[in-house]
Design a protein around this ligand. Structure first.
Ligand code: 5GP
Ligand code: ZN
Length: 112
């Protein structure tokens, strides 16, 4: 999608510290990390967020979900990690291309 930051990162038009990519997915480091490890996992296909998911995306979403564990292990997060998907303005979403935050490292703060 034109003028979408994460589409441009996926296409290689804007640089990012990519740690994994395949035909459907790109994983790169968040530019403003909130934890020792802070990755963003995105589909190459432009989907604004969770609210845009349709049944045609089921295989893509399954693929993304199953990637999380091997990526976490690759990043040394054997003892655990946190995944977050912000949705919509009131959900704290700032970039409207679906992404999963993968956060890890010692002392992740609790919620609340
Ligand atoms: P959201 O608030 O939409 O869930 O998260 C957007 C995330 O994208 C933020 O954590 C922010 O730091 C990250 N981000 C914004 N612009 C860039 C960028 O140009 N490159 C990278 N690698 N991350 C970005
Ligand atoms: Zn996009």
């Amino acid at each position: 999608m034109k003028d979408c930051l994460f589409c441009k990162i996926a296409a290689g038009e804007i640089p990012a510290d990519k740690i994994y990519e395949d035909e459907q997915v790109v994983v790169f480091r968040d530019i403003n990390p909130k934890a020792e490890v802070h990755l963003l996992i995105i589909p190459r296909e432009h989907l604004a967020g969770l609210n845009e998911l349709e049944s045609e995306h089921d295989a893509l979403i399954a693929h993304i979900m199953r990637l999380i564990h091997p990526i976490a292990i690759d990043q040394g997060l054997e003892s655990g990690y946190r995944t977050i998907i912000n949705t919509g303005k009131d959900g704290g979403q700032e970039v409207f291309h679906l992404h999963i935050h993968l956060l890890g490292g010692r002392n992740l703060p609790g919620f609340g």
